[in-house]
Ligand binder design. Sequence first.
Ligand SMILES: Nc1ncnc2c1ncn2[C@@H]1O[C@H](COP(=O)(O)OP(=O)(O)OP(=O)(O)O)[C@@H](O)[C@H]1O
Ligand SMILES: [Mg+2]
Length: 141
Amino acid sequence: MILCYEVEGGAYITAGESSGKIKKILKKLGVSPSIIRKVSVAMYEAEINMVIHANGGEIKTEITPEKIHIILKDDGPGIENIELAMTPGYSTASKEAREMGFGAGMGLVNMKKNTDFFQIHSEVGVGTTVELTVMLGQSCD
Ligand SMILES: Nc1ncnc2c1ncn2[C@@H]1O[C@H](COP(=O)(O)OP(=O)(O)OP(=O)(O)O)[C@@H](O)[C@H]1O
Ligand SMILES: [Mg+2]
């Protein structure tokens, strides 16, 4: 199953809609709550980053019986130093984003922690692509 979403930049109010939809679908598919939680946390953080740090972007989600694979692509400012961006507490969030409760510098850390595969590619002035995979652990036995 392939599902695609568009995320609007700066749309704090609707931010998280796509991860909310995926959460519902996984629930209907009978995926365990602990795995749904991991997917939701990781996807929400990546989605929010596209809203607050880039000018929105596109999400492509592929769900198979074995895993969920999520690709989030934006054409925002990009990240100069990914290692630094991955440091817990590091944030360049704007005053406005901080006032909305974002900017703890924990999003990327949480993405890595809650996924089985995490990859981030970024080029300054071109954009950022985040790939997340979570194994769904479904089987007949
Ligand atoms: N899609 C993106 N485009 C440009 N910069 C990004 C993107 N995602 C992350 N960053 C950069 O990496 C930093 C760390 O991201 P991270 O999600 O860990 O923290 P945060 O978004 O600043 O705060 P939090 O997620 O805790 O609310 C950001 O502050 C920003 O500088
Ligand atoms: Mg973040």
